[in-house]
Design a protein around this ligand. Structure first.
Ligand code: SF4
Length: 106
C-alpha cells in the first residue's frame, strides 16, 4: 500500500501465492474528508482502476479492511515486497474499526 502521492510504505518482491492488494504499488492510502474540515477517515483505492462497483463507479474501501483485499491474479499487480511478512505486520498495526483522524494529530 502506498500513500496517495505514490510513496510506497515498504518494498521487496512478492511471491506466486495469493495477491494482497495492500502489497501492490497501486494500492493508495487516501483521506476522506467528512464533516468538520479538520477531520477525515482513511480509505484505500486502486490507482490502476481495478476496484469498480457494478455500474462502473470507482469503489474505495475503509483502511482497516485493507488486509482483506486479495486476488488470485491481477494483471496490474506490482508487488512492493514479500507479501507474507508485510501482511502479517500490517495486521498488527491496522485499526480494528473505521476511525476518525484529525489534521492536528496527523
Ligand atoms: S492493481 Fe490489482 S493488485 Fe494492485 S491494488 Fe489494484 S486490484 Fe489490487
Amino acid at each position: 500500500m502506498a500513500i496517495s502521492h505514490g510513496i510506497p510504505l515498504r518494498g521487496k518482491s512478492g511471491s506466486t501465492e495469493k495477491i494482497f492488494c495492500a502489497n501492490c504499488i497501486h494500492c493508495k492510502l487516501v483521506r476522506d474528508q467528512r464533516g468538520s474540515a479538520d477531520q477525515y477517515y482513511l480509505r484505500v483505492r486502486c490507482a490502476a482502476g481495478k476496484w469498480r462497483k457494478k455500474l462502473g463507479e470507482e469503489k474505495i474501501y475503509k483502511y482497516f479492511t485493507v488486509a482483506r483485499r486479495s486476488l488470485d491474479y491481477c494483471e496490474n499487480y506490482e508487488p512492493m515486497g514479500d507479501a507474507k511478512d508485510y501482511i502479517r505486520e500490517l495486521k498488527k498495526t491496522l485499526p480494528i474499526k473505521d476511525e476518525v483522524y484529525s489534521q492536528a494529530s496527523s
